[in-house]
Ligand binder design. Structure first.
Ligand SMILES: Cc1cc2nc3c(=O)[nH]c(=O)nc-3n(C[C@H](O)[C@H](O)[C@H](O)COP(=O)(O)O)c2cc1C
Length: 244
């Protein structure tokens, strides 16, 4: 393993939101989960569990719940500030095929907050710190899952709408996940039916700061707004793209 092969992997990992219906071998799912369990976690508390959903009926139910939960979220976008630019129409259930609904597998990453009892007292009893350590641990595992999927030639997508309170509760109930567990995020997984477009990436200018920082080395409010607007517009474009 060297830096070049790592960089190749991190560049290759992209959100691909258009899937072929072909099934994913169970062995690949196991490999993805195996990679995730090696992720770093605060105090090695490994607060994760994995719910793998392949049954079409259950997947359909999840899609339906996400669709319902998403309506409010979408409506809220109409209250955006004018400087943010175009309205994010957010057609996550795009019938053209650019969507997660056709992915043959969903892997739901669950968090077990009971493991927070193992964190040092100064973290455990500070709600913000505790949440941050717990969430960062789950985020690390989730990223490992995406990286592992990439190495297997699979497409993966974050489906964070699973965390909307309504969807969270209903999906847990649907799958029989105990209330002591929390849903961290959902990965839609399958073979790619699309090639990712060129990434809109910040360059390192005004990103890296050595030793004592000078205020002028950081982006101005104007620059940040400009970036936010352009990145938002890029993301909207990516989300509304039709399959190749
Ligand atoms: C915390 C987090 C939540 C995300 N949620 C979603 C999501 O709900 N739906 C989605 O399609 N992409 C989601 N993404 C993917 C980002 O949109 C994507 O990473 C970003 O646009 C950069 O594109 P790339 O993944 O192709 O590099 C999420 C990414 C992160 C890190």
């Amino acid at each position: 393993m060297n830096y070049e092969s790592l960089l190749e992997l991190v560049k290759k990992r992209r959100s691909i939101r258009c899937f072929k219906p072909d099934p994913v071998p169970d062995e690949y799912i196991e490999k993805i989960i195996d990679a995730a369990r090696w992720a770093p976690s605060g105090f090695n508390m490994q607060p994760w569990e994995f719910a793998v959903v392949k049954k079409p009926k259950l997947k359909e139910e999840i899609v339906k719940l996400i669709g319902e939960g998403f309506l409010q979220f979408k409506e809220m976008e109409t209250t955006r500030e004018p400087w943010q630019g175009a309205l994010w129409k957010l057609n996550i259930m795009n019938k053209k095929g650019m969507d997660f609904t056709k992915a043959p597998v969903y892997i739901i990453l669950l968090g077990d907050p009971r493991t927070n009892a193992g964190l040092p007292m100064g973290i455990r009893f500070d709600p913000n710190l505790c949440q941050s350590v717990y969430r960062d641990s789950l985020a690390s595992a989730f990223l490992y899952m995406h990286l592992a999927a990439t190495t297997l030639g699979l497409a993966s997508q974050w489906v964070s709408a699973i965390k909307l309170p309504f969807v969270h509760c209903m999906v847990k109930d649907l799958l029989g996940i105990p209330n002591s567990m929390e849903i961290h995020d959902m990965m839609a997984l399958g073979y790619p039916a699309i090639r990712p477009s060129r990434k809109f990436l910040r360059n390192t200018e005004k990103m890296v700061h050595y030793d004592k920082c000078d205020k002028d080395d950081f982006r101005t409010d104007e620059e940040v707004r400009d970036f936010v607007k352009r990145s938002r517009s890029w993301t909207i474009g990516v989300l509304s793209r039709s399959p190749d």
